[in-house]
Design a protein around this ligand. Structure first.
Ligand code: M6R
Length: 613
């Protein structure tokens, strides 16, 4: 999705904004632009494509002695990704500029109205309407004009405004699209769509809520409610991420770095939450007591994409250990179906970003229907964590690659903790079993750490025969089924190879028709409780000459008889297989995409944080 960066302060604005935009590149975009105020004039540069194109055309502006400005990376919604449609957008006079994330739903009627009043439009975007609308209301009070303009607008927006008439001030407004301020006595005041843009300068941040307007100056900021008009006392939060965490650190891609950070992500998510002597799991931020659990007779897990796959794994765990029926929903479906949700239902949202529009809408709906809401989330202070009744933070650190890897693994770790927490509160598992499972979760971080380099080497050896194929199937049963879905998603999103994940038992209900000697199939066959069944499915594939890659348990010599391409993984407790078996699937996708020369960290058409519906 689009990215906004704004700055006013003692530094030169152009490098600050460019660095901020670079750190938001992971969000996905197809054009970029920057504006700054120099000698009373707004200087604007925009370009199609990557930020490097913009950098090329503004080479000399880097040293401009300007100290206030805005930048934007645009992910096209209304109008093609051209220079003309890139932000910032100006009013008729050219003295006022706007950058915007989100969608103005009533832009068409506003545009017609403004045109009839003589406003001249130069782009196809919905955003340009905002610039002209503010101009329409502007006399000498920018804040009032912005308020009046956003009062006319329907939709979601995060906006930044700069006007030559108020040369030391940026205005920002948020409604259903994330926006965060950064504040530092020495460095100035910052505005961004996400925290990584701020990390080189400050980790003191203020999250704007919906319908809030911020006035930013170099040495201060004020936040007002657009509903009551009153000045708000906003909390300044300290983020314990640093700028280095959002850098590649010697790896070729963020995705690879993040795959290798997974052992640490598991440890960080688990540490301090399990007492290995008593077996008890403590999740104080969940705000969920024994009485709450007593009332719950069903759980809805709501998420999108990779986070939805984590939910699918959690269903198996929660039903097995906490004995609570679990429904798993894709958020965009959940929010539009007839929901049988009430106060006996617990809704759990799972989201790396905490800003995904559909998931957010889903939990708002569930709350309205009386459900308690808990979120499993990676971003401290994100909208979901502020709206939920409780949060289980994953501690994966900033995830920059669009393909979710360490966030997924830490979601699995957090969901396993949550399962144990529920099971303990419901007394559906013994303290001994809790200890055993808690230890298995802690130990899996070490197993992953030890195995990662060897798994990568094994994958690199086999991809020569697979990297240029057109299609791929991933299959697994039980706890391995969601991992098959995840493997297929990883491969398709970063390598653009068509890939599908299936429950192995489903093959003969349709997909088996696809299998011939050209079709690669990665099958997950750990020696778990459904091993024999999985093996029968693999035999069916073999009988049809499918090109098998098998991921199975060390010492399982039978697998070698079925194919040369076997990746062996150590035997771990069955419940931990989803974590371990995800690693080769991620690495297969990564190595194939990398060999195909794909833009691994920023795949085409994708955005890291999907803040529009
Ligand atoms: O931030 P979220 O976890 O809510 O994001 C949900 C999906 O957009 C996300 O998991 C997406 O599927 C991944 N980028 C895929 O790797």
């Amino acid at each position: 999705m689009c990215g906004i960066v704004g700055y006013c302060g003692p530094r030169r604005v152009v490098p600050v904004v460019l660095e901020g935009l670079r750190r938001l590149e992971y969000r996905g975009y197809d054009s970029a632009g920057i504006v700054y105020l120099e000698n009373g004039k707004l200087i604007k540069h925009r370009s199609e494509g990557k930020l490097s194109n913009l950098e090329m055309i503004i080479d000399s502006a880097i040293i401009a002695p300007a100290h206030i400005g805005l930048g934007h990376t645009r992910w096209a919604t209304h109008g093609a990704p051209t220079t003309n449609n890139a932000h910032p957008h100006s009013d008729c006079s050219g003295d006022l500029v706007v950058v915007h994330n989100g969608i103005i739903e009533n832009y068409h009627s506003l545009r017609e109205e403004l045109k009839s009043k003589g406003h001249r439009f130069s782009s196809e975007t919905d955003t340009e309407v905002l610039a002209h609308l503010i101009e329409e209301y502007l006399e000498d009070d920018l804040v009032s004009a912005v308020k009046e303009a956003v009062g006319r607008v329907e939709g979601s927006y995060a906006i930044g405004v700069l006007w030559t008439g108020l040369p030391d001030t940026l205005i920002a407004v948020r409604n259903q699209s994330p926006l965060v301020l950064g504040t530092s006595t020495e460095q100035g005041t910052f505005l961004a769509s996400d925290i990584p843009a701020l990390l080189p300068y400050t980790n003191e941040v203020v999250f704007l809520d919906d319908m809030e307007l911020a006035v930013l100056k170099a040495d201060s900021f004020k936040v007002y409610s657009l509903i009551s008009g009153s000045l708000l006392d906003k909390e300044v939060k300290t983020i314990n991420w640093n700028a280095g965490m959002a850098e590649k650190g010697g790896f070729k891609h963020f995705m690879l770095k993040e795959i290798f950070e997974q052992p640490q992500a598991i440890t960080n998510t688990v540490s301090g939450r399990i007492n290995l002597e008593s077996g008890s799991v403590e999740l104080p931020e969940v705000n969920f007591g024994k009485e709450d659990i007593g009332r719950i007779d069903r759980i809805f897990l709501v998420a999108c994409g990779t986070s939805w796959h984590a939910a699918l794994v959690a269903k198996y765990w929660i039903e097995k250990f906490a004995h609570i029926p679990v429904d798993v929903d894709i958020a965009s479906e959940f929010r539009y179906r007839h929901l049988l949700v009430n106060d006996r239902v617990l809704t759990v949202s799972i989201s790396q970003s905490g800003e995904t529009a559909d998931t957010l809408a889903g939990i708002r709906l569930a709350r309205k229907l009386g459900s308690k809401v808990i979120t499993i989330c990676n971003v401290v202070g994100s909208t979901m964590t502020r709206e939920a009744d409780g949060t289980v933070y994953t501690h994966a650190g900033p995830e920059i690659g669009v393909a979710s890897t360490k966030a997924f693994i830490s979601q699995l770790a957090a969901l396993f903790l949550f399962t144990l927490f529920l099971a303990q509160k419901k007394r559906t598992i013994s303290p001994e079993k809790s200890r055993e499972l808690g230890k298995a979760l802690i130990d899996i971080a070490t197993v992953v750490e030890q195995e990662l380099p060897r798994i990568q080497a094994d994958i690199v050896k086999l991809i020569d025969n697979f990297y240029d194929c057109r299609d791929f199937l991933f299959v697994g049963r039980g706890l391995s089924f969601p991992i098959a879905l995840e493997g297929a998603l990883k491969l398709k999103e970063i390598s653009y190879i068509h890939a599908e994940g299936y429950a192995s038992g489903e093959l003969k209900h349709g997909p088996i028709a696809l299998i011939d000697k050209e079709m690669p199939i990665l099958a997950l066959v750990p020696q778990d409780d459904v091993y024999q069944k999985s093996l029968s499915n693999v035999e069916e594939i073999k009988a049809r000459q499918g090109r098998l890659i098998l991921i199975g348990t060390e010492g399982d010599s039978h697998l070698r008889k079925l194919t040369e391409d076997v990746i062996y993984l150590p035997k771990v407790p069955d419940e931990m297989n989803p974590i371990l078996y995800t690693i080769p699937a991620q690495l297969l996708a990564y190595e194939i995409a990398s060999k195909r020369g794909c833009d691994v960290d920023q795949p085409r058409n994708l955005a890291k944080s999907v803040t529009v519906e």
